[in-house]
Each structure stands twice: as structure tokens, then as C-alpha cells.
Design a protein around this ligand. Structure first.
Ligand SMILES: [Zn+2]
Ligand SMILES: [Zn+2]
Ligand SMILES: [Zn+2]
Ligand SMILES: [Zn+2]
Length: 194
């Protein structure tokens, strides 16, 4: 068995391969993946995740989010973010901060109408990917709030998206959640215009 120091050297020299990883000692593999992902949950695992999956996570070939774990890039996407091959998963990670999030039916995430990649509302606003843009109908002087996709540049109109979320899911929300979602609406449409 290879020891951890040797492994680290191999990592640094780029000599590490999927095959080598898959054959390595399970505990070493878990430590390596945990170090790389910066997450301790890889150390506390039962054997529900196979060594080959762990090795693929290490090689950025599989999503490191344990509730997702899809093969990367998702749908063989070759957009500018997925093609970096740095472990980004368009199914569950934010285009801006690359953190994963399994939240759904919420205004805290915004998706691109064309490529279906996602971004946190807070990240999009902070980096000005969510901003006023020219209305798609091209009517002169008409602007609307849009999410400008980091991956494909497509501007997705926001009002329709927020309306859909509220119409379809607001009924199930408790008061606290409802207030949180309203806070996002406030961020989209009010604070942006001030
Ligand atoms: Zn992509
Ligand atoms: Zn994922
Ligand atoms: Zn984010
Ligand atoms: Zn897009």
C-alpha cells in the first residue's frame, strides 16, 4: 500500500491516477478526499459510497456533494464554468461561489432559462449578475430585472420566475419562510433600484 506522504508527492507532481486512487487503502482515500473537498463528512462515512466513487470525486470527475454525486460535467456541458473541470457541478452548485445547495422551490436560487445552471441570489446580486437589463421584446426604454448567466451570458427575466415560485409554492410555506422569500423579492426588485 502507498502511504500518505507518497500520495501527497504524487498529487503534487500530477502523477496520481484514477486507477492508483481506486486501489489505495480506503482510509487514505477518505482522508485525501476530505482534505481536497475541505469537508470532514468524508471521514465519517460508512461504506455507502464506493472507493471508485471516492476516487472519481478526488479527480473532479464526480460531484463531491454526497446528496448529488453525479458524473461531471453534468450532461457533458462544455460551458466556460464546467469546462474548467475543477469539480463544479451544475446540478447543485452556485456558478459564483461553487458551494452546493439542495434548496429548491425558492427565490434564494436563480436559474438560467437556457442552460439551467444556478446561482445564489445573494452571490448574483453581490457580483452584479442580477441587474437591470433591456427587455427582451426590445421595446425602447423598457428595462427589467434579469439574471445574466455566468455560464452562457443569457439574460433570464426575473419577475416571471419569482411569480412562478410564489404561485406554486407559497401555499406550503410557514410564516417565517414566507418572510424570507419576500426578503429575496425585496433584494431583487427594490434594493436594486435604489
Ligand atoms: Zn456548464
Ligand atoms: Zn452536484
Ligand atoms: Zn453562491
Ligand atoms: Zn445559462
Amino acid at each position: 500500500m502507498y502511504n500518505l506522504v507518497l500520495f501527497r508527492m504524487l498529487c503534487r507532481t500530477g502523477l496520481i491516477s484514477l486507477e492508483l486512487l481506486t486501489k489505495s487503502h480506503r482510509a487514505q482515500l477518505e482522508i485525501l478526499v476530505a482534505l481536497k473537498a475541505g469537508r470532514s463528512d468524508f471521514l465519517l462515512m460508512d461504506n455507502s459510497i464506493s472507493s471508485s466513487h471516492l476516487a472519481e470525486i478526488y479527480m473532479n470527475m464526480r460531484c463531491k456533494n454526497l446528496s448529488c454525486r453525479v458524473l461531471l460535467p453534468v450532461d457533458e456541458c462544455d460551458c466556460r464554468v464546467c469546462s474548467r473541470k475543477d469539480g463544479f457541478c451544475s446540478a447543485c452548485m452556485c456558478l459564483v461561489c461553487s458551494n452546493f445547495d439542495m434548496a429548491s422551490n425558492t427565490c434564494s436560487w436563480v436559474g438560467c432559462d437556457v442552460c439551467l445552471h444556478w446561482c445564489h441570489t445573494d452571490c448574483g446580486i453581490r457580483e452584479s449578475y442580477i441587474r437591470n437589463g433591456i427587455n427582451a421584446s426590445g421595446a425602447p426604454g423598457m428595462t427589467e430585472m434579469q439574471f445574466h448567466c455566468v455560464a452562457c451570458n443569457h439574460p433570464s427575466e426575473m419577475f416571471g420566475f419569482v411569480k412562478e415560485v410564489f404561485l406554486n409554492f407559497a401555499r406550503e410555506w410557514k410564516f417565517e419562510r414566507f418572510c424570507k422569500e419576500l426578503e429575496y423579492v425585496n433584494k431583487y426588485f427594490i434594493k436594486q433600484r435604489l
